[in-house]
Design a protein around this ligand. Sequence first.
Ligand code: ADP
Ligand code: MG
Length: 506
Amino acid sequence: MNAIEMKSITKRFGSLIANNNIDFTLKKGSIHALLGENGAGKTTLMNQLFGLSVADEGSILIEGEPINLEHSPQESMQRGIGMVHQHFMLIKNMSVISNIMLANEDENFPLLNPKLTKKKIIKLSEKYHLNVNPNAIIENLSVGQQQRVEILAALYKETNTLILDEPTAVLTPEEVDDLFIILRELKESGKSIVIITHHLNEIMDIADEVTVLRNGNLIGTYLINEKTSTQELSRLMVGRDVLFDFKKQNEPKVEKILEVKNLIYSSNSVKQVNDISFYIKKGEIFAIAGVDGNGQKELCDTIVGLNKMDSGKIYLKNYDISNTKVKYRIKNGISYIPQDRQKSGLVMNWSISDNLILKTYERKPIANGIFVSNIKAQEQASRMIDKYNIKSQNSSDKANQLSGGNQQKVILAREMDRGPALLIASHPTRGLDVGAMEYVRNQMLELRNNGGSVLLVSADLEEIFQIADRIAVIFKGQFMGILKPDCGIAKLGRLMAGLNEGERSE
Ligand SMILES: Nc1ncnc2c1ncn2[C@@H]1O[C@H](COP(=O)(O)OP(=O)(O)O)[C@@H](O)[C@H]1O
Ligand SMILES: [Mg+2]
C-alpha cells in the first residue's frame, strides 16, 4: 500500500492553473523529492495534501483511504501527516515546549500537559537525534535548530508522512548534512518523506524517487539510481539544457569605480568591518567570498550608506562619498540587492509595478516636474516584467503574492535596469532555481561586459569562480587576501576558515 496517492489533481487560482491534472504517489518508507522551478506548483500540490488549500478536482488517498478534498490540516495530522513549511511557523519569544503544545492543540487534545509534552519532546529528540532542548526560547536558536524544532512539532502526533517544503534553502552545507542524517533515520524507522528542493545534488544524495513539475504540469516521476544525472534532471525541470558557461569579454578598465580605504564599522563595540581596503575597476566583477556572518552584510550596508562608518574613506568615481546620504549614493550610480530581500528589498504590500519603479519614479520620463505619469510608469513596469521574465498574473498584484524567486527578479530588474555604475549584489542567486540562477549570473556578466561594475557577495563558490574577476576572502571583518579566480578552491577554503598564509596577491 502507498503512503499517499494523489490522483488527477487540478488547482486553479483565477485563470492560472497551478496544478494541471497531477498524479503523485508516495511509497511507504521512501524519500520522494518534488522538483521544479519557482512557481512550478510544488507548494500548491503539498498544501492540498496537508489541507491548507482545496483541490478543484481529483482525489487523495492516505494509506489507501480516501480523504475529503476539503479536509483541514488538523484532519491530515490525525491521519498521520506532518508538514514543515518554507517559512517557519514558530513563535519567536516562546519556548520549544510552548510552541509544540500550541501547534498540537485541537478539540481532541485541548489541554496538553507541559510535563508530558516535555517528556515526549525529549523522547522524540533522542530517537531521531534532533538535539532539541525543550526549554530553549526559539529566538535564541540557530536557523538549523529552529528547523529541527519544526520537524519535531510535525512528528509530534504519530506522524507517518512528513512533508518538508524547501528545508535546505535556509541551511549551511553542514546543516544540510545533519538534516539528511535525520531524514535517513526517519526513513529507516518506516516513515515516508516528501522533500521539496531544487538542488539537484541533494536529490541525488537523499531521494529514492523524484517527481518533476514544470509550469503546473507533471513532467514525470523517476527513480534515482546510477543512471540518473543532474544534467538530465535540470533539463526535465527547466525544459532545456542549462549551460553554466559564462564568457567574460574584454578585461576590466584601469579606471576605478569604487575605492574603499581603511574602512571600520563597529556595532555593539565589535568591529564588524575591521580596516578593509580595496577597489573595483570599471567593467569588473569583484567578489567577496566567506562564511555568512563575517561582516559581508555590514560592509555592503556601510558602502551604501545605511551604516555610519567609524572611520575610513569611500570614493565613488573618485568622489569622496564617505559622508553622503544613501539617496545621494543611489542617485550617483550605486544599486543594491540586499541580503534580506523581504525585509529591505521590497515593499511587500505594494504592487509589483510600484516596487519596480520605486527608485526611478523621481526621474524622467516618469516624472515631469511634480507630476508622476501613471501610464509611463505602467509602460516601464510592463517592459521590465517582460525583460526579466517575472511570472505574475498582473502587474498590479502585490509583491507578497509572488513566489520567492519572482520577488527576487523584481528587485533584480529594478536594480539592474537603471544601468548602475556599481551593482552591490548580496547573495543574488540564493534560493533561486537553476534556470533563474543562470539568468541572474548572465545579467551580472552582461552588466560587466558593458562596462558596469559589480560587488558580488556570495557563499556559492561555484558562482564566484564562474563570473568573478577578483575574489576577496572575508573572515571576522577582515580581508584575508585578494585572489584571482584560478587560485583554486582549496586555497580559498583555507582563507575562508581564517587560515592566513601570510600572502596577498592581486
Ligand atoms: N494563494 C495563491 N493565490 C494566487 N496564486 C497563487 C497562490 N498560491 C500560489 N499561486 C501561484 O501558483 C503558482 C504555483 O505556486 P507554488 O505552488 O507556490 O510554486 P512552487 O512551490 O513550485 O514555487 C505560482 O504561479 C503562484 O504565483
Ligand atoms: Mg514553493
